[in-house]
Design a protein around this ligand. Structure first.
Ligand code: RAM
Length: 365
């Protein structure tokens, strides 16, 4: 099944090229496609300007992050633009200012009204976005999620960075490595509704119940809302409230960088360690200073790249979004839509990788 008829597409494109040039400057700024050292990406390819879209097929897709101004999602957008250049399509990068579900729904409603060709969304809320995702699909717009999933009814499938359990488990493992004698630990998360962070926190709690982690005591989970200032303040509040705190685990790239800065500013390097999920460029100085000696992540650039290939496969009718279907994703190769109890239909990208002083300089994103 194709998601848009050719007739609808041709009509929409005329209106759409005007809309795009007026309201989506990000689409015309083809960002650099610097590949992470970890994955050998092909040479940079310029994304075509939105207004130059050929008229043969629906070609304007949108990558919707949780919020703008987050280097993690900016990196995903680089991968998305790389894929767009290879496919000869245009991908806009549009998000709300804050990681807020209501703001995200407002934005998505506007994109649906514009008749975009496909949406790849990192969700701020799993259930609240279901009606919006359904509305998009009913309007013939394929919806996938990446990074943070809408519940299965509100999207076709999820582009899953790594196995949920592995992401939670590695964070607890790193915490124990940083506090081998045990002690108090706290989690500084993103928003309280973030589907991905909440799922990882559940896994972390399950891990902490295992005998090998009996020496670690989780004292509190706090939320920095993927806002740098709020995350910094929450980290400071943790030191004050828990003078014996040993580790802050921040399963968010915003929270981990803000926490490491707070530890540094408070003169607590060597007393309180930060770990969790971060980007190498944001965390390099803290790995080297000892504020955050190790952290984990997957490759967000590849995640954006894969999301665009998935959307394009759906929009062109190469796949319908059913379990067992396969599609090719450029330099990343073939992917198969799988199904699991936690996420429903999903495509698995990879596994978390641990960054530390030995390897951090191998990454330039
Ligand atoms: C932040 C976002 C994103 C998450 C990363 C690890 O950038 O919350 O959803 O996957 O951290």
């Amino acid at each position: 099944m194709k998601y848009r008829s050719l007739l609808l597409t041709l009509t929409a494109l005329t209106v759409f090229s005007l809309l795009l040039s007026a309201c989506a400057p990000a689409a015309t700024e083809a960002p650099a496609t610097e590949a992470p050292a970890a994955t050998e990406a092909p040479a940079a390819t310029e994304a075509p300007a939105a207004t130059e879209a050929p008229a043969a097929a629906c070609e304007n897709y949108v990558l919707v992050p949780k919020n703008l101004g987050n280097p993690y999602f900016d990196t995903s957008n680089k991968g998305a633009q790389e894929a767009a250049g290879e496919l000869g399509i245009s991908v806009l990068y549009q998000g709300s200012a804050t990681a807020d579900a209501a703001e995200q729904i407002t934005l998505l409603n506007s994109l649906i009204a514009q008749g975009v060709c496909g949406l790849a969304i990192s969700a701020n809320d799993s259930d609240a976005l279901v009606p919006t995702g359904k509305a998009a699909m009913e309007a013939g717009i394929p919806v996938v999620t990446f990074d943070s999933a809408i519940a299965p009814d509100g999207r076709l499938f999820h582009i899953n960075q790594a196995v949920l359990h592995d992401i939670g488990a590695i964070e607890i493992k790193m915490a124990l490595a940083l506090a081998p004698e045990g002690g108090q630990i706290a989690i500084l998360s993103a928003t309280s509704t973030a589907p991905n962070q909440n799922a990882w926190i559940d896994v972390m709690k399950e891990e902490l119940a295992k005998p090998e982690y009996a020496s670690l005591e989780l004292v509190e989970v706090v939320y920095g809302d993927d806002d740098d200032t709020k995350s910094y303040n929450e980290a400071q509040a943790l030191f004050t409230k828990y003078p014996d705190l040993k580790v802050i685990i921040a399963p968010t790239t915003v929270g981990i960088a803000a926490s490491a800065r707070a530890v540094t500013d408070a003169g607590l390097i060597g007393k309180v360690f930060v770990t969790g999920l971060g980007t190498p460029n944001q965390m390099r100085e803290y790995v080297k200073s000892g504020a955050a000696p190790q952290f984990a992540l997957w490759n967000p650039l590849d995640l954006g790249y894969l999301s665009v290939y998935a959307l394009h496969a759906l929009a062109t009718g190469e796949i319908e979004g059913k379990e067992g279907e396969t599609f090719s994703a450029g330099r990343l190769g073939e992917y198969t839509i799988g199904n699991d109890p936690d996420l429903g239909l999903n495509v698995l990208y990879g596994e978390p990788f641990v960054y530390n002083a030995e390897n951090i300089d191998n990454f330039d994103w």
